[in-house]
Design a protein around this ligand. Structure first.
Ligand SMILES: Nc1ncnc2c1ncn2[C@@H]1O[C@H](COP(=O)(O)OP(=O)(O)O)[C@@H](O)[C@H]1O
Ligand SMILES: [Mg+2]
Length: 244
């Protein structure tokens, strides 16, 4: 890892300016901690594929979901947003943790978790209070906040629609980290409000029938593709020779 990358990673625990968390950014955030790795290269690949799709039609709001939990939605959304922010210092990029049940973005990035989307949608905080910013690369992040009693109702509320309208105006790219599609209605609701949905599938874990069911739940959303998360490095042998 080049020296300046190491420094970036070391400074991250203070990236949102709060300087309260002693925790470093999670190791899975390879786009920051190991930008020369095979894994980080995969996120760059994914990012450029999305860019090619953007050549064909506008895709300002891109949402990530999966059939069930633990498949890698959050890790993928965080790394993709960071990859894009790194590639486009001039674009205004926002990552929203819309998993109000089990939001993990703040933890991965070692940001203060509250107030976040939940407080914003309940009228207990305004937009300025809930947006954290990386000093390193200007990515803006809205954490999920405290888990509310009725997450689906909040996400389906007019306030959420209003927020999405506002962030469409205020940002060039918005990434939404959603809950899993099978157990809850949240992903299908927010999927239809997004320009594109990416379905994360955990290699050697997600059952094929669950992928099909998730796609059925997402009917009405524009599912642009799948990310196979956690595939063995042996399945990308052409990259191994370049590993740093
Ligand atoms: N490619 C991967 N290799 C190893 N561990 C991973 C990988 N992707 C995700 N994980 C781990 O699996 C767990 C679930 O990932 P996460 O992104 O939180 O899933 P989801 O958001 O779909 O629930 C986390 O502990 C994460 O660090
Ligand atoms: Mg998650």
């Amino acid at each position: 890892m080049p020296e300046n990358e190491t420094m970036t990673a070391n400074f991250l625990h203070r990236a949102d300016g709060s300087a309260v968390s002693p925790a470093p950014v999670n190791d899975r955030v390879v786009s920051l901690t190991a930008p020369g790795s095979v894994a980080a290269e995969q996120y760059r690949s994914l990012y450029y594929r999305l860019e090619r799709l953007r050549d064909q039609r506008p895709m300002r709001l891109v949402a990530f979901t999966s059939a069930l939990s633990g498949e890698g939605k959050t890790v993928t959304a965080v790394n993709l947003a960071l990859t894009s922010a790194r590639a486009n210092p001039d674009r205004r990029i926002l990552l929203i943790d819309a998993d109000l049940r089990r939001g993990q973005v703040a933890e991965l990035l070692a940001f203060r978790a509250r107030p976040g989307l939940s407080e914003l949608l309940q009228g207990d905080a305004d937009l300025r209070e809930v947006v954290r910013r990386f000093k390193a690369n200007r990515l803006a992040v809205i954490p999920s906040g405290q888990a509310p009693e009725e997450p689906t109702q909040l996400l389906a509320s007019p306030r959420m629609k209003e927020l999405l309208r506002a962030v469409r105006e205020g940002f060039d790219e918005v990434y939404l980290d959603l809950p899993p599609a099978l157990p809850f209605a949240d992903a299908s609701i927010l999927g239809t409000l997004s320009d594109a949905v990416v379905l994360v599938v955990r290699a050697n874990a997600t059952a094929g029938k669950h992928v099909h069911q998730a796609l059925e739940h997402l009917a009405g959303s524009s599912v642009v593709g799948c990310v196979l998360n956690g595939a063995a490095a042996a399945s990308t042998p052409y990259l191994r020779a370049y590993e740093r």
